[in-house]
Design a protein around this ligand. Structure first.
Ligand code: SF4
Length: 198
């Protein structure tokens, strides 16, 4: 049975796809079946109806987060359908993304997202394009890094609470460079501790 939704802490998470434009060397998918006991490899990507049908009472969750074993903007249409329905029910909607949604979809999706997304967490992962590509192996090459910054700026400008994030395993020096980069782009940065799950 595929896991389309799963609970973690106070939030509900939605697992729309296993596709991703990156193959990050640190990806939690590498060598794992799931995350905290939730098996997240999908035999079939869910429809919006299947996702909504798998969700019970949403009023108990602090946030509904699009974040699974893949990049949620790979399925922008289904993401939008589900997010709009949940927004009607008063949910706070967050997306965790690699920030390549505009490249993936070949158009600017940020206006669509602004209709129903409250918070967007864009993984910055590295302090420059070369290091990003070495770590994340985007199918779009080094331009992915500039594009994710531009994507984050557009989301911010459209009123979405936008946060860049890095994981502290990149080292203190690079974390400081990320701080400077975020500041230069007038974007918030969150430094996270690496969470391993076996
Ligand atoms: S962007 Fe996220 S889902 Fe995609 S490979 Fe990297 S860590 Fe994994």
């Amino acid at each position: 049975m595929d896991t389309y939704v799963y609970e973690l802490g106070e939030n509900l998470y939605i697992n729309l796809t296993n596709r991703c434009s990156n193959t990050c060397s640190f990806c939690v998918r590498n060598g794992h079946e799931g995350y905290f006991g939730n098996k997240l490899w999908l035999k079939k990507e869910p429809t919006a109806e299947e996702v909504l049908g798998a969700i019970g009472d949403v009023s108990k969750y602090k946030q509904v987060v699009f974040c699974g074993f893949g990049e949620p903007t790979e399925r922008i249409d289904v993401l939008m359908q589900v997010a709009k329905e949940l927004k009607k029910k008063g949910c706070v909607i967050r997306i965790n993304t690699n920030g390549q949604g505009n490249l993936i979809n070949g158009r600017d999706i940020t206006a669509d997202l602004a209709e129903c997304v409250d918070v967007i967490n864009v993984s910055l992962n590295a302090c420059d394009a070369e290091k990003y590509q070495k770590l994340c192996h985007s199918r779009f090459g080094e331009k992915a890094f500039e594009e994710l910054l531009s994507f984050a700026e557009k989301c911010r400008d459209r009123g979405i609470d936008t946060v860049l994030s890095v994981v502290d395993i990149i080292g203190q020096e690079d974390v400081e460079k990320c701080r400077a980069l975020a500041k230069a782009h007038n974007l918030k940065l969150r430094v996270r501790a690496y969470i391993a799950d076996n």
